[in-house]
Design a protein around this ligand. Structure first.
Ligand code: NI
Length: 163
């Protein structure tokens, strides 16, 4: 188990477009395991490789605490509906804001064995897929916030989700 240092806003690595993964290697397997360890340690529901300083198109998501999902080279292929809710990011500590997202998302990706699969999600999972995929293109949710970016303590009755 290895916890990696989470890069925070202001770090240039969070603004870069990540590169496709072309083959699975022991180093990438270790990275994925470390990303899960780091995400669970920080009580996040998702984490993207650039958040630990690696510019590869890899994200991990677990919105329930018992459904770990690895997304390699993910791509959204379908969205529908709309949800408006609070979002947070482990790279923007202590902050939250209202973000509009599709309520349903279908994505295609490779799993950790580099096999293609399809994933569908609604509500929080749909939100997490959108949020993590944007990290892979160097984007942060704060550019999508409607209204003000808030301090988590100002809003502690609201559900807080960091990705
Ligand atoms: Ni994030």
């Amino acid at each position: 188990m290895a916890i990696r240092n989470i890069r925070t806003i202001g770090d240039e690595v969070l603004t870069k477009r990540c590169k496709e993964v072309t083959e699975m290697t022991p180093r990438i397997k270790e990275l994925i395991q470390d990303m899960f360890d780091t995400m669970y340690e920080e009580f996040g529901v998702g984490l993207a490789a650039p958040q630990v300083g690696i510019l590869k198109r890899i994200a991990v998501i677990d919105t329930t605490g018992e459904t770990p999902i690895v997304l390699i080279n993910p791509r959204i292929v379908e969205t529908s509906g709309e949800q408006v809710g609070n979002e947070g990011c482990l790279s923007v500590p202590g902050k939250t804001g209202i973000v509009r997202r599709p309520n349903y998302v279908k994505a295609v990706a490779l799993n950790e064995n580099m096999e293609p699969f399809e994933i569908e999600g609604t509500e929080l999972l749909a939100r997490a897929i959108c949020h993590e995929l944007e990290h892979l293109d160097g984007k942060l949710y704060i550019d999508r916030v409607e209204g003000e970016l808030m301090n988590v303590s100002d809003d502690e009755d609201e559900e807080f989700i960091a990705e």
